[in-house]
Design a protein around this ligand. Sequence first.
Ligand SMILES: Nc1ncnc2c1ncn2[C@@H]1O[C@H](COP(=O)(O)OP(=O)(O)OP(=O)(O)O)[C@@H](O)[C@H]1O
Ligand SMILES: [Mg+2]
Length: 473
Amino acid sequence: MANDIPDAPKRVIFGLSMKLITMIIAMIMVVEVLIYLPSVANFRINWMDDRVHIAGVAAQVIETVPDTMDLTPTMIGKLLSSAEAEALVVRTEGQSQLIERPDVPMPVAAYAADTRERAPLDLIAGALEILFFGSNRTMRVIGVPMDSQDVVVEVLINEALLRQELLIYSRNIFWLSLLVASFTSFAIFLFLNGLLVRPISRLTSNMVAFRQNPDDANKIIVPSDRRDEVGVAERELAAMETNIFTLLKQKQHLADLGLAVAKINHDLRNTLGAAQLLSDQVANLDDPHVQRLAPRLVNTLDRAINFCQSVLDYGRHKAVPPKFERVDLRALLDESATEAAVRMHPEIDWRNQVPDNVIIRVDPDQIARVFTNLFKNAREALEVQHRQDGERPWVAVELETTPDQLRLTVEDNGPGLSPRAKDNLFRAFEGSGRAGGTGLGLAIAKELAEAHGGTLAYVDVQKGTKFEISLPR
Ligand SMILES: Nc1ncnc2c1ncn2[C@@H]1O[C@H](COP(=O)(O)OP(=O)(O)OP(=O)(O)O)[C@@H](O)[C@H]1O
Ligand SMILES: [Mg+2]
């Protein structure tokens, strides 16, 4: 048994569990990035809004002072630093007022960020720009402070301040996401693992174990009472394994029986052989009684020996796959007819109607055996027939080709199949309708034709017998 089993399957390295957990983590990460982008953009715009509002308040404070000149540098410094600004410009109805520290030179803004424009993609791009390329540049944040439609404030701020806060915010989000992702993926994993992965692993390891030892009934899976697809798979597998187990046992019994038959047969043939020797000697005696009976005795023994021989041959005959070769069909048919003693027969006409140079790809030995069996049957039927019609007996082969098939018919004008032969056609040991026949010829012929991907079938005709063999081209 062990020889029929292919090697054990390779060990699963990147199994379902690993795939599952990797996929869950990757998916959660993708989702988190999708959530992170808008939230970081939101953080930046809120931060800038805050600065604009504080600047707006500062501007109002300054407005209440009658003369700006009265403000001390310390007060200006305090007002500006409350908005973390280096300077600010307040524009109202065409007038603009610059508030700056008298002691520090006014910085030059590298770029402007207008909080009045809030296209989502621009906001995300702005946040990423600061995160990845931000340094120590001064930015000009433009906006409208709360409750004041006609005032526009421009705040000059060092971008490093914003960047620092964005980094802290991102870092927090990152850790939080990681925590959430780990918990979620672990929970999903536990769930799916119990639901799918473990039952599937159980199925696969059972398949492997059973295939390595299919005649051990303990290896047949015991299905759980799950009612879902996994349950169906378990039950079907159990049924299949039980079937295989039973079939194997049956096959073993048959093989044992076959072996016994072969042994008996072998001994029988040898004993018959000894009897044949004796009968040959008896046939040489002068006694007229003996002379009359001896041929029948010899014949009977011959038949018995032939029978034993063909049963032994059938037992030895293994289903070997055909070895394909290019052969000339007409020549192959002539050869088979000679072998079956149909060609050059004193009474039977051999009609090979296949044209020359039809080359086919078959196993010549096997296909010749198919034809020989058919021709031999025809000859045997023709030889024992008592003809009344005065027609000469003949065996004919014809060829018909279709784009994908070669169709050959083997026909004779003999007595036709007996009812018994018809009922058991192609069944080994059962199909014989003639004395001394084993009933193997047609069964073997059909098997061989099918091994070539072809068919062998009986064609019902009015007179005689006709078989059709089709072979793929
Ligand atoms: N051309 C034919 N004409 C009449 N009867 C046939 C013809 N071919 C087959 N048969 C019948 O079919 C039966 C089965 O044929 P098959 O070749 O399988 O076995 P067999 O000839 O009896 O034995 P084996 O070929 O094994 O020696 C034959 O016994 C015969 O009765
Ligand atoms: Mg035969």
